[in-house]
Design a protein around this ligand. Structure first.
Ligand code: SF4
Length: 380
């Protein structure tokens, strides 16, 4: 059977963070969450036939804030997935959680229904930075929840940390990374803050001028310091923003960078399935309406009709995010051509020291990762 990654989107948060432009809405009522869970369950049933010949080896419940949902609803969703999809017994099953909406009780529910990986949005162990980011938790809650998760039996925990935050110093960032390592999660993601239009932080920086962006060179120093600390602590940087203990890389996220199939269920969820890329409706009323009418809630307008050349661009763009880079043999087998018959080999000279080529692998060096966007733009 072909392998499939399944993604379930829970688009609700208690409060919108100051930097967030993800598809998520503030939600204060369990009733809305319950309605949404019902719709998701119907979608899972309706998609059963599509995936009869697929084995789901990774499942990722993301958001939004899935941990905001009553744990009983998460259990119902898990039961429904088991009933309708071929869920591999050894599947990696992740749920995203926010320290402010987790509890020991929820963690017990998660463990008992087979969730075996937690991805916790910590972002910082500095309360001042957490407030600037508009997070609802403080440092102590994050600490407490990671420890509670471990006591509840989770031995595969990932934490997200964010750098490049206005007013953040190198010292406070290093302190955050140190505390993250101290807690011994199996996986740490490092994200450089991106100021997206329409967010509260964007407004404060560009409209009010009450905060300033940090200089690029400080942002890069923060990244390299963190990578070096993580390496010293036994983590392997396997993707530009992700480091893991050996064998604890995110199997689900690796699919996104390795040109593998995934199916997204829930509001606005994206899929790459049978060679097509498409998304579900991102308007709640349209999504619910389609589900009620027993239609697949895919927004026809989002079905991409990519050319082979477009797909090659996506393959290279995503593959170069991985530390191992692109396997040129795999490239030849998939697309029937040599990569350097599609792209000018002069690229190697232009980015000398930033792009490496070794034993049929093309990859970004650590220096290349600093300018990854410019390099990747050459390949799309
Ligand atoms: S918890 Fe996550 S999804 Fe929700 S607003 Fe904050 S960053 Fe966005």
């Amino acid at each position: 059977m072909k392998k499939l990654g399944l993604y379930i989107h829970i688009p609700f948060c208690r409060q919108k963070c100051g930097y967030c432009d993800f598809l998520s809405f503030e939600c204060k009522s369990d009733k809305l969450l319950g309605e949404y869970a019902k719709a998701l369950i119907l979608e899972i049933r309706n998609r059963k036939e599509d995936c009869i010949d697929r084995e789901v080896d990774t499942l990722y419940i993301g958001g939004g804030t899935p941990s905001l949902m009553p744990a009983e609803d998460v259990v119902r969703i898990m039961d429904e997935i088991r009933r309708n999809f071929n869920l591999f017994p050894d599947a990696e099953i992740t749920v995203e959680a926010n320290p402010a909406s987790l509890s020991r009780e929820k963690l017990e529910y998660y463990r008992n229904c087979g969730i075996n990986r937690l991805s916790i949005g910590v972002q910082s162990f500095d309360n001042r930075i957490l407030r600037i980011l508009g997070r609802l938790h403080d440092k102590n809650e994050a600490f407490h929840m990671i420890q509670t998760a471990r006591k509840a039996g989770f031995d595969n925990i990932s934490i997200d940390l964010m750098f490049g935050v206005p007013t953040q110093s190198l010292k406070t960032w290093i302190d955050t990374v140190r505390q993250g390592i101290f807690l011994e999660p199996q996986h740490i993601s490092l994200y450089s803050l991106q100021l997206e239009e329409g967010t509260d932080l964007f407004r404060r920086v560009y409209d009010e001028n009450s905060l300033s962006v940090i200089p690029d060179d400080l942002d890069r120093r923060m990244y390299h310091e963190a990578v070096s600390m993580l390496r010293d602590a036994g983590y392997n940087l396997y993707e530009i923003s992700n480091a893991a203990r050996p064998g604890r890389e995110s199997r689900h996220n690796k699919k996104y960078w390795s040109y593998e199939e995934y199916l997204g269920l829930g509001l606005g969820a994206s899929s790459f399935y049978e060679g097509r890329r498409f998304r579900n409706y991102d308007k709640m009323y349209k999504y619910i309406q389609a589900i009620k009418e027993k239609r697949v809630p895919v927004d026809e307008k989002t079905i991409e009709h990519y050319t082979v050349r477009d797909e090659i661009g996506i393959y290279v763009f995503t593959g170069l995010r991985r530390a191992e880079g692109i396997d040129l043999k795999d490239f030849r087998e998939r697309f029937g051509v040599d990569l350097f018959s599609v792209y000018d080999p002069e690229i190697l000279a232009k980015y000398k020291g930033k792009i490496g080529l070794y034993e049929d692998r093309l990859y970004l060096t650590e220096e290349g990762m600093d300018i990854s966007n410019s390099i990747m733009a050459e390949f799309v």
